[in-house]
Write a protein that binds this ligand. Structure first.
Ligand code: C2E
Ligand code: MG
Ligand code: MG
Ligand code: MG
Length: 285
């Protein structure tokens, strides 16, 4: 952490890095207390079917309401949680809270849509993962087909092991999506063997899709491959109408991004999308 690689390959030292290290240590010790102090919260980013504007799912995204630093994004503390093993405790809290919230929404007449939860590699590889998830579903009473787990290609470095875990998750009815798809190094020959349901095209391919013909070609290829492999496909990080148009022209109907909605608190989701009198889960006029 403290040493950085210089351009010429030499390690160099900067006083900033002392601060970074201190910050890191402070975050780590605060993070240990965050759960019992109720400082974690989930935000929910709705996912939509582009043509019909139907809400088809939500992704749970964790935030940390730090007493001094304010609302911290997962990019800042999930890596520390992974390094320190705190990810198990945090991950359990996230799974339970996400399932609890979705079950509540279902019971209150919200749309019968699934909730997606991001898993860290350590969680994916934990022994008894399936029993562990099963227990959370039983505790929260959410039906397994309403839970979607998001994993990444980088977690599947040992295909035989991964396939076995995925098959077990499949058996209990859980859906799996491959997050940040296209940024990892998974071999395409394994893709057909992984029992997964959905590819999530990474935002990095979407950002410049209206100008960059390579990105556009890659996205088109992913969509077409998903169709042939009979996988669902969703694009992440759609911010503009022009980006949306490129995707729908290429037959990608499932969309997640700021153009439709930012991640919202549970209350905001209810207010914006579950307003009585409108069809639950439908947006727009
Ligand atoms: P991710 O799973 O790929 O989640 C999508 C990220 O992209 C979220 O950032 C979301 O807010 C952001 N995003 C969505 N639409 C747009 C858009 O149109 N434009 C831009 N610029 N960004 C958009 P967030 O919430 O900061 O999460 C970052 C990453 O942290 C997630 O990436 C995921 O890998 C990880 N993460 C979040 N929650 C959890 C969690 O509960 N457990 C674990 N293990 N990781 C989590
Ligand atoms: Mg995700
Ligand atoms: Mg992710
Ligand atoms: Mg992603």
């Amino acid at each position: 952490q403290v040493k950085r690689q210089g351009k010429n390959g030499h390690q160099f030292y900067s006083p900033d890095l002392d601060l970074q290290l201190l910050d890191h240590i402070e975050i780590e010790s605060d993070l240990r207390k965050a759960i019992e102090r109720n400082e974690l919260e989930l935000h929910y980013q709705p996912q939509f079917h582009a043509e019909s504007n139907q809400m088809i799912g939500v992704e749970a995204l964790v935030r940390w309401n730090h007493p001094k630093k304010g609302l911290m994004s997962p990019g800042l503390f999930i890596p520390i949680a992974e390094e320190t093993g705190l990810i198990f405790e945090i991950g359990t809290w996230v799974l339970k809270e996400a399932c609890r919230q979705m079950k509540l929404w279902h019971d209150e007449g919200g749309p019968l849509i699934p909730i997606s939860v991001n898993l860290s590699s350590q969680q994916f590889h934990q022994p008894n993962l399936v029993m562990y998830i099963k227990n959370i579903l039983e505790e929260t009473k959410l039906a397994p087909n309403y839970l979607e787990l998001e994993i990444t290609e980088s977690m599947m470095m040992d295909p035989a092991v991964s396939i076995a875990i995925l098959q077990e998750l499949n058996k209990i009815g859980i859906r799996i999506s491959l997050d940040d798809f296209g940024t990892g190094y998974s071999s395409l020959s394994y893709l057909k063997k992984f029992p997964i349901h959905k590819l999530k095209i990474d935002r990095s391919f979407i950002m410049d899709i209206t100008q960059n013909s390579s990105d556009k070609a890659i996205v088109a290829a992913i969509i077409s491959m998903a169709q042939h492999l009979k996988l669902d496909v969703i694009a992440e990080g759609i911010e503009t109408k022009d980006q949306l148009d490129v995707l729908t022209e290429n037959d990608c109907q499932e969309i997640q991004g700021y153009y439709f909605s930012r991640p919202l608190s549970a209350e905001q989701v209810e207010q914006e999308f579950f307003i009585p009198g409108r069809i639950a889960g439908e947006i727009g006029g």
